[in-house]
Ligand binder design. Structure first.
Ligand code: ADP
Ligand code: MG
Ligand code: MG
Length: 211
């Protein structure tokens, strides 16, 4: 089982930026139903800014990559999701500071730290119809695989599968956090945009680990 290098993480970010760009309209449509129709635009702008900054910064470690992405998202994305993802990347960076490359346990620790950042910032719980509904089961699934002695690839694949399941589980939920909560019961029947973009992120991690 190969560790994730700085180069691998740069690939994750570049691939995620491409996936967000390809899903920009989809994420906007999801947010149009229960929010203000900007999630795809927000994240696309943030990831493009992250790529620009990475090109300038030439990061030497995984923590440098994660921190550069975090600051780009926090400073360039106005919506709720920018600071939430930004805090996730920042906490993940802190958790792997000093490591030259990431083994399975490092990666799972970084994901757990990232989830902790989202929760610290947004105070959402599982069932509130937010990105936490994708992140929480994803992190739990990855931890279970690593605890059982599984590989990075297996852990990240389990995380991506669980995130997608969590994303779909947001459809019937009534939103209790963010703009969608203003709709009350009318938020039910729609998939949460942030849970969707989070599931896309976990799938990119799994795909990069698979190559
Ligand atoms: P905004 O709602 O400010 O326009 P975005 O559209 O970019 O921001 O992001 C909306 C997404 O942010 C939601 O779909 C949800 O997943 C996530 N979100 C909103 N508030 C919270 C929160 N308090 N905790 C976790 N996630 C949240
Ligand atoms: Mg929005
Ligand atoms: Mg907005």
């Amino acid at each position: 089982d190969l560790p994730m290098t700085t180069r691998d993480l740069l690939r994750v970010i570049a691939d995620y930026a491409a996936v967000v760009a390809a899903n920009r309209t989809y994420l906007i449509e999801l947010d149009a139903a229960i929010g203000d129709a900007d999630h795809g635009e927000n994240l696309d702008r943030g990831m493009k800014a992250a790529l620009d900054r990475l090109a300038e910064a030439d990061p030497g470690t995984p923590a440098d990559v994660l921190q550069t992405v975090a600051t780009a998202l926090i400073s360039k994305v106005g919506g709720a999701a920018g600071p939430l993802y930004g805090t996730a990347f920042l906490r993940a960076a802190t958790s792997v500071r000093g490591r030259g490359e990431l083994g399975a346990a490092d990666l799972v620790g970084a994901l757990r730290a990232g989830l902790g950042g989202v929760v610290a910032r947004g105070k959402a719980e599982v069932g509130d119809k937010t990105m936490v509904d994708a992140w929480d089961p994803a992190v739990q699934a990855a931890e279970q695989v690593v605890t059982a002695g599984g590989s990075t690839r297996e852990a990240l694949t389990a995380a991506a599968d669980a995130a997608e399941e969590g994303m779909r589980a947001t459809i019937p939920m009534i939103a209790r956090k963010g703009r969608a909560s203003y709709l009350g019961e009318r938020s039910a029947g729609h998939q949460d945009p942030g849970a969707t973009s989070s599931a896309l992120l976990f799938r990119v991690f799994a795909d990069v680990a698979d190559h």
